[in-house]
Design a protein around this ligand. Sequence first.
Ligand code: FAD
Length: 392
Amino acid sequence: GRRHVVVVGGGYGGATAARYIRLWSEGAIDVTLVEPNAAFVSCPLSNLVLGGSKSMADITLGYGALAAQGVRIVRDRAERIDAARQSVLLAGGQSLRYDRLVLSPGVDFLWDQLPGMQEEGAQERVLHAWKAGAQTAALRAQLQAMPDGGVFALTIPPAPYRCPPGPYERACQVAHYFSVAKPKSKVLILDANEDVVSKGALFKKIWATRFAGIIEYRPSFHAVDVDAASGTAISELGDKVSADVLNVIPPQRAGSIAIDAGVGKRWCEVDFLTFESTQVKNVHVLGDAIQAAPLMPKSAHMANQHAKVCAGAVVDLLSGRAPNPAPMLTNTCYSFVNDREVIHVASVHAYDAARKTLLVVPGSGGVSAGASELEGTYAMNWARNIWDDTLG
Ligand code: FAD
């Protein structure tokens, strides 16, 4: 009979995998994509909504083109996976049989590591905006409502977390907005890490020059609790910092459907030739949810690359062929430091057969010399390109 692949999660990893399995099997494999959200909202560029230069409409895309290319889209949430029966139970009651299952559920938050955030109303008051959507718009509204002279504080969890440079880009975007609209206001970065996790020298130079007196960076502030009512972050050492707008990026793990399926405890180990789980057969895991290879960021670009390696391997395996023994992956992360200028970090990752992992090719990639408008153009074109590649 016909082979059936079920993909859980229509984000950067899942939508790309669904599209390429359909494309590379020339329609011979049936592909069902399970995603609860009606539309795709991009995390990349979502910090620009906070900065005021993009709108929610600019980062929201539909699933129509993917459906037109033959991917069956089921708007529902995967509730449980029965690996022995090779089936997925959906919240709506439907059950889907699969030959191969692809999970790209992104991240979920470890709220138990911030007890105050579990209190009634806390998560409505103190936002993460670390999954683009309603929270992005709500955090923008909080910034707009904040009086001039106020403080925006942002907590960053210990690495690894989704999008290593993302919090620092966010700080720049909010500072850019303040410099235009609320010049007496301040941005305070409370970083659990000892130093800026990504593009450190570039970000610190920008903070010290164009955002001098606006952005303050405080390393090794590991937020372990929050008092949401007063907008206070509390560090491991007992330091308390209050802000007019407190934005907490919580510590993260793989999306709960992957944990529940038994493919991982915090992150999911995979075979990097196929992205098949090392724990459960016929189940592949992509994107932020995986236990990453050395120096591999949790990024949309990387999720897209995982998805293509996985799609090729799934089509090969279901056709009785051996998958590519030597995949190559690339990554570029652009960060907007204001409404036009951008810095980047890039890398190339090659499969190492002896160590069975992906390793950065020595001398590949690197970072920008400094922020530029030319890179701003590249960053916008990167976004358009990956949206087309993901959603068709
Ligand atoms: P996601 O894209 O989050 O997709 C997961 C999907 O799974 C979601 O649609 C969710 O609804 C769905 N899902 C979850 N559970 C279930 C379930 N049980 N059943 C059905 N569906 C489910 N990366 C870059 O490369 N460049 C950038 O410039 C960049 N900027 C960023 C800025 C911000 C502010 C943030 C937060 C992230 C940024 N990233 C960037 C990182 C990027 O967004 C993620 O790495 C990427 O989205 C990971 O893709 P994914 O498929 O793993 O998860």
